[in-house]
Design a binder for this molecule. Structure first.
Ligand code: ADP
Ligand code: MG
Length: 738
């Protein structure tokens, strides 16, 4: 049968039920999946040996003539067993393969082969079990003598991520079988030839051979480079296309006088940082183009993104729609959790009260509106204001939605419920998304496409992302950085704490608690591929730490806990209790919502800090940067006492760079540069492969992919002249985050 890229593996390979299950778990369904299951590394093969010198238990390579090829099934388990013999001038040795019946058919009696694998023994007889086999054109000189130790060109043996019934060797041979089926010559390379030539990248065919069966290291490396380029190029094509389409759409023209904006900003109780001013300027410039803005505002926790969002909202809601009928342009402000949505609601009331601009809040648990005529709602303490004017009131959702639909309420803040079908705006002109990395590109686009006139989009995130990663996965967005904290912010004291210093630090923490402060304790997320298991482990470690702290360390204070396993409503409750100081010490996993404002929490303890990435540590530390009290970050590392002075270990130098740098962007870059291959944390978080993560270390490659993608889209955004690219883009799950 003819093998094609989309042929299911089970049509080509006879698979046992175990193997089928294993392949499904590894998400290998079709030929293409297997071809793109790249080796994680290349092992050194064993020594080349003459057959008479083979020993049990060793890894060895022999060259010789193959004979007596046959395949049978075991009587009981019906597992296919292939056997053969290989012979050199010094002797013969038997070969056995389990569950790889096709091997016997791939080789002729008398073929010259290279056999590599482990030597086993049964009843005094040696044999290769499940070895790797390759055809060779000649037997290298000297191998038939005694010990051969010369340079071996075949010395790179691919190691794949594997499972018990699908071994690296199984994968290797399966791929060889695909390769030998004249399949490679019919492969079509989706990357245009000009681009391959320009950047000296090998063709798809060559790259596949080089990555799965390299003859030298350099070949494998250049093949990896090609596939990394390909992945980034496709993500870029997808994003550049989005960007191109967005730029062609019409949007509301928002053109405010500088004076009006200045007056608004002057009502803030603080002067803006220059980074805030700059971001506001570019946003206002975007608003004047008549095309939708797509901007990512990236700034550390506490850098003041809300003030920027408020100013953009102000410009919007004080602008009349073109038909000038009733009401002004509207803003939707989406937050990932109820607590954050409430927090933004309260901030916006403060920003907009003077202007008598109404603000609505809609979450899973209900609706609120400001201002309140009846003033039955809570009164906010806003300095310089008369209490009741800042009161909001609870109203029914249908009532709120009616006012949003007829344009009476210009600003609607909420959680995901904001994008439900029932929420209709009259003139939605600006969508603000907080902590936007939680929303995928698709959701972003859906949100926008729902409307006849495309709204402007302002995404905000406090997650520090390396520049190359941002350019790639957020390639459809323009980037603004808030790389400056407001003046007068407290610099946190970050201390690396070794096990013998634990007690002493607990006493310092007790001092802070006695002064009325609150504490976060973060326990590591155990990296386990099974999500259910992972949560179980998390919950247990958080729970046991909660118990230990409550009973043994801080019995006089209230300890609580929160984990990713809890229901959203339970999480919200715990966070609320912490915010209202019903809980003094909150033990949590690292997944606990970022951005929640608990100004009284000034201490964060991070357990097993050696397991966290730098950017993640930085984000955790950001949770205690919200107040005028001195913040502390205690980094508990499970390292020997000598490691601090020794200065040698990689872990400790990583943690030291965290303790000395307070710049999230720097730390994110350092994270990327220091990550080893096989380190999947970042890849998992951002939805790009490990291979592409590696490539993101290389700004030149990322820029090349971006330039080429943009050039193609600008010439031919429908990819009419590039049918292969179009097909590839449509068929491939171009990475989208969850
Ligand atoms: P984030 O960027 O994390 O969303 P926020 O917008 O919540 O930060 O701002 C954090 C705090 O800093 C808020 O209390 C806000 O009022 C205050 N803030 C914002 N900008 C400034 C500034 N330029 N100077 C002083 N304080 C500011
Ligand atoms: Mg924020």
């Amino acid at each position: 049968m003819k093998i094609q890229t989309d042929t299911p593996l089970e049509q080509i390979f006879r698979l046992s039920p175990f193997q089928k299950k294993a392949l499904a778990k590894m998400r290998l369904k079709k030929i293409e999946d297997l071809l793109r299951h790249f080796p994680t590394r290349y092992g050194e093969a064993g020594d080349v040996k003459a057959i008479e010198f083979l020993n049990v238990g060793e890894n060895a390579v022999v060259f010789g003539k193959i004979s007596k090829l046959k395949t049978a099934k075991t009587f009981k388990s019906r597992v296919a067993i292939s056997t053969a013999e290989v012979e050199d001038t010094t002797g013969k040795v038997k070969i056995i393969w389990f569950s790889q019946p096709y091997i016997a058919k791939m080789y002729f009696e008398g073929s010259l082969v290279r056999i590599e694998g482990k030597i086993s023994e049964r009843k005094g007889e040696l044999y290769f079990s499940n070895p790797k086999i390759e055809k060779v054109s000649e037997i290298p000189e000297g191998t038939s003598g005694s010990l051969f130790t010369g340079e071996d060109n075949y010395n790179l043996s691919p190691v794949y991520s594997e499972s018990r019934s699908i071994s690296s060797n199984w994968i290797y041979h399966a791929i060889q079988k695909i390769f030998s089926a004249e399949f490679l010559d019919n492969l079509i390379d989706p990357i245009p030839l000009e681009i391959l030539k320009k950047y000296n990248l090998p063709s798809l065919k060559t790259s596949l051979i080089w990555i799965h069966a390299p003859r030298k290291k350099e070949d494998a490396e250049i093949a990896r480079k090609r596939f990394a380029f390909e992945e980034i190029f496709f993500i870029q094509l997808d994003r550049q296309k989005e960007k191109y389409l967005a730029q062609k759409e019409k949007s509301f023209l928002i053109s405010k006088k500088d004076k009006e904006i200045k007056d608004f900003i002057n009502t803030f109780p603080f002067p803006l940082t220059s980074a805030q001013n700059k971001s506001i300027d570019v946003i206002l410039a975007d608003f004047k183009t008549g095309h939708p803005m797509s901007r990512l505002l990236e700034g550390d926790v506490g850098s003041g993104k809300t003030a920027v969002a408020a100013t953009a909202s102000f410009a919007t809601v004080t602008t009349a729609p073109p038909d000038r009928k009733f009401g002004n342009l509207q803003v939707a402000y989406m937050a990932p959790t109820e607590i954050l949505a409430e927090q933004h609601f309260e901030s916006f009331i403060e920003y907009f009260a003077k202007y008598k601009i109404s603000v609505g809040l809609i979450t899973g648990s209900g609706a609120k509106k400001f201002p309140s005529k009846t003033s039955q709602g809570r009164t906010l303490n806003y300095p310089g204001s008369k209490g009741p004017t800042l009161a909001w009131t609870k109203i029914s959702k249908p009532q709120l939605l009616k006012w949003v639909a007829n344009g009476e309420i210009p600003i609607l803040i909420g959680t995901h419920s904001l994008i439900q079908k029932t929420v209709q705006f009259k003139n939605l002109a600006l969508i603000i998304i907080d902590e936007q990395h939680r929303f995928g590109v698709n959701q972003r686009m859906q949100l926008r496409r729902k409307h006849d006139i495309a709204p402007h989009l302002l995404s905000m995130t406090a997650t520090p992302i390396p520049r190359t990663l941002a350019l790639t996965i957020f390639g459809d967005l323009d980037l603004s950085l808030l790389d400056e904290l407001p003046a007068g912010r407290q610099i946190p004291e970050t201390k690396i704490v070794l096990p013998h210093e634990r007690e002493q630090i607990y006493e310092r923490v007790r001092g802070e608690l006695k002064d009325g402060r609150q504490v976060f304790v973060i326990c590591p997320r155990v990296n386990d591929p099974d999500p259910d298991k992972e949560n179980a482990i998390n919950a247990k470690s958080v729970k046991s730490e909660e118990e230990r702290l409550q009973k043994k360390i801080f019995p006089e204070f209230k300890v609580g806990s929160i984990t990713g396993k809890m229901k959203p409503s339970e999480k919200e409750n715990v966070m609320r209790e912490f915010k209202n100081k019903k809980i003094d010490i909150l033990v949590a996993t690292s997944v606990v919502e970022v951005g929640v404002n608990v100004p009284n929490a000034t201490v964060i303890i991070i357990e097993n800090a050696e397991r966290f990435g730098l950017a993640q540590l930085h984000q955790l530390r950001g949770r205690v940067l919200r107040s005028s009290f001195k913040p502390y970050c205690f980094v508990f590392a499970d390292l020997p006492r000598s490691s601090l002075s020794g200065g040698g270990s990689k872990t400790i130098s990583r943690l030291k760079s965290f303790a000395t740098s307070s710049n999230g962007f720097e730390l994110a870059e350092a994270d990327l540069q220091q990550r080893g291959s096989g380190d999947l944390a970042g890849a998992k978080q951002w939805g790009v492969s490990d291979l592409a993560m590696e490539a993101l270390k290389n700004i030149k490659m990322v820029e090349a992919a971006r330039t080429e993608a943009r050039a193609i889209i600008e010439k031919d955004f429908e990819l009419k002249k590039y049918p292969l690219l179009a097909r590839h883009l449509a068929s491939k799950a171009v990475v989208h985050m969850e």
